[in-house]
Design a binder for this molecule. Structure first.
Ligand code: LCV
Length: 259
């Protein structure tokens, strides 16, 4: 069963996440299919790529596939985690990647969406950052993705509460580019993609890469990085982390004890 649908029409690539039984959870299998799809669309000289869920989706993506997270003693979001590969593939894709959002976007899927170059959302869409709900110590580059997409205090609110925010608020905050009625979402996204595709692809590709390098140009001392990694290790080695993952699998609310 293909976990995505892919097509290229008039220099525009379309990738549809297609694992509704698991609410498009970002499993290794689905992530690999999206990364391969992006590479294929680059070879077909697509000048913009839209990543979407099927029309009418209540969930765009439920985030990292929790069943694939380690139950402790290993960084759950290390360099080689599928989610990290997907975020880098989007950021390094030679043409703009547009997230077309309908339904809820959860956890690591929020980072995938915020790593896209433009975000067009239906007015019913919601966005939730969920590490605190699971007890996961999010990783440094992921936190930078959030900080590059939303004001500092909003990142704190979203990460500390793990509560979804509605598309209207996300747009007011500048986190997303456009909010439209669901029945206009595809047409508006398609129009934006065609406008981009009608401009100079080489210049756009270079400006995208310049912006990626500048957005990531945040100095962090080796000591600072090692301190953060040490603190994250305390979290993913904690009883709370194990409890968060187990509670999800057992479909119950976690009981965190701060140890
Ligand atoms: C695996 C799933 C998932 C899922 N993984 O449908 O950002 S971090 O640090 O937290 C990071 C580690 C991360 O991204 O973690 C994941 C964060 N995601 C969430 O917290 C969202 C978890 N999912 C939900 O809250 C609900 O599934 C939503 C609200 C998305 C949809 O609810 P709905 O009632 O429509 P179900 O909950 O019944 O889910 C349908 C099937 O998808 C699986 C879920 O286990 C169920 O499988 P079974 O039918 O086998 O029981 N599923 C959902 N999310 N992230 N599997």
């Amino acid at each position: 069963m293909d976990r995505i649908q892919i097509r290229c029409e008039g220099h525009i690539g379309w990738i549809t996440l297609n694992h509704p039984e698991k609410r498009n959870a970002l499993s290794d299998e689905l992530v690999k299919a999206v990364i391969d799809g992006l590479a294929r669309l680059a070879k077909e000289s697509c000048r913009a790529v839209v990543i979407r869920a099927p029309a009418g989706a209540k969930v765009w993506s439920a985030g990292h596939d929790v069943s694939e997270l380690p139950e402790g003693r290993r960084d759950p979001l290390g360099w080689d985690d599928p989610l990290r590969h997907l975020v880098r593939a989007i950021e390094q894709h030679p043409s703009p990647v547009i997230a077309m959002i309908e339904g809820g976007v959860w956890g690591g899927a929020c980072e995938v969406v915020l790593a896209c170059d433009l975000i067009v959302a239906a007015d019913t869409a919601t966005f939730a950052l969920t590490p605190a709900k699971l007890g996961v110590p999010y990783n440094v580059s992921g936190m930078l993705t959030f900080l590059n997409a939303a004001p500092f205090r909003i990142v704190k609110e979203m990460t500390f509460t793990a509560e979804p925010i509605p598309a209207a608020r996300a747009e007011r905050l500048g986190m997303i580019n456009r909010i439209v009625p669901a029945d206009e979402l595809e047409a508006v996204t398609n129009a934006i993609a065609h406008t981009i595709a009608g401009n100079a692809p080489l210049a756009i590709s270079v400006m995208k890469e310049q912006l990626r390098i500048l957005a990531g140009a945040h100095p962090m001392s080796p000591q600072g990085f090692e301190r953060v990694q040490g603190l994250r290790r305390v979290v993913y080695d904690s009883a709370d982390y194990r409890e968060g993952i187990r509670a999800f699998k057992e479909k119950r609310k976690p009981v965190f004890e701060g140890r």
